[in-house]
Design a protein around this ligand. Structure first.
Ligand SMILES: C[S@@+](CC[C@H](N)C(=O)[O-])C[C@H]1O[C@@H](n2cnc3c(N)ncnc32)[C@H](O)[C@@H]1O
Length: 252
């Protein structure tokens, strides 16, 4: 069935089901509302294999249409000095396929790499593939990580995706666990990403309800981390289909 007919059919059925609080979604496509479960594991791995790509390259090149974008983000972080000093303990929130994790492990050799990830199949895969430590993930805290114990906490395409309260709670936790001299790297969709024709591009996308894309005034991000003793080391607008998101790198 043509995608447009399927979409219309789905929309009619969902309107009929709405009073019951029920919606239908295709099992083989991504449900943009379901940010905690991420894209389906098996079909994504199979599609990457079929394309002859690593899963990270598949996400960059095919799904996101931005070849090399995850390496480019790691290079930007490196240019601000993130990987120049001591890097014993790294924490990543929402690593997903591990496309940034894999490149971070090439940029530095931390003794310990902790992940907090809500999508079970992806976190299982990362633990097996990269021997990282999966921490119990309640979806808003870094409870298993000690105060002032971490050199870098990073979260890519997470705070630009999840509801405000998740971001708000994780930011406080980042401020708790990052040591003096440590780093925070993450992106949010700020006003720097919403000029020109970008609103038209978002409106024309298939995305409707849900927290993605999650918008945050850049002043709120900068003021929060500054108030916790961080200084802005770099900020970069990076692609996030069909628009962009702003990567912030803070040093404490
Ligand atoms: C848009 S994906 C980005 C994945 C990966 N960082 C990347 O850029 O390819 C968001 C990731 O955050 C995870 N996630 C969503 N909500 C979360 C939460 N509350 N705590 C931890 N991880 C979460 C999802 O399962 C997914 O892996």
């Amino acid at each position: 069935m043509a995608p447009v007919i399927l979409r219309n059919l789905k929309s009619v059925v969902n309107k009929a089901l709405a009073p019951m609080g029920v919606t239908i979604t295709r099992a083989d496509t991504h449900d943009w509302n379901d940010v905690a479960n991420f894209i389906p594991f098996e079909p994504t791995m199979a599609a990457a294999r079929a394309a002859g790509l690593t899963v990270g390259d598949y996400i960059d090149s095919i799904l996101n249409e931005a070849p090399g974008s995850s390496q480019s983000t790691i290079d930007k972080m490196a240019a601000t000095g993130v990987f120049a000093g001591r890097m014993d303990n790294v924490v990543e929130i929402g690593p997903g396929t591990g496309r940034y994790l894999e490149k971070t492990l090439k940029a530095c050799k931390p003794g310990r790499y902790e992940i907090y990830e809500t999508a079970g199949p992806w976190s299982d895969y990362l633990v097996k593939e990269y021997s990282v430590a999966l921490q119990p993930t309640d979806g808003y805290s870094l409870a298993a990580t000690a105060d002032a114990s971490v050199d870098l906490v990073q979260a890519h395409k997470v705070f630009s995706t999840v509801p405000f309260m998740v971001t708000c709670c994780y930011w406080h936790e980042m401020a708790r666990v990052i040591r003096p001299g440590g780093w925070a790297a993450f992106d949010v969709v700020t006003e720097s990403c919403l000029g020109g024709d970008v609103l038209r591009a978002w409106a024309r996308s298939d995305i409707r309800n849900g927290s993605f894309p999650a918008v945050m005034p850049r002043k709120v991000a900068v003021d929060f981390f500054t108030s916790k003793g961080f200084a802005l080391a770099g900020n970069f607008v990076v692609p996030m289909k069909p628009g962009s998101t702003e990567l912030f790198v803070f040093k404490r």
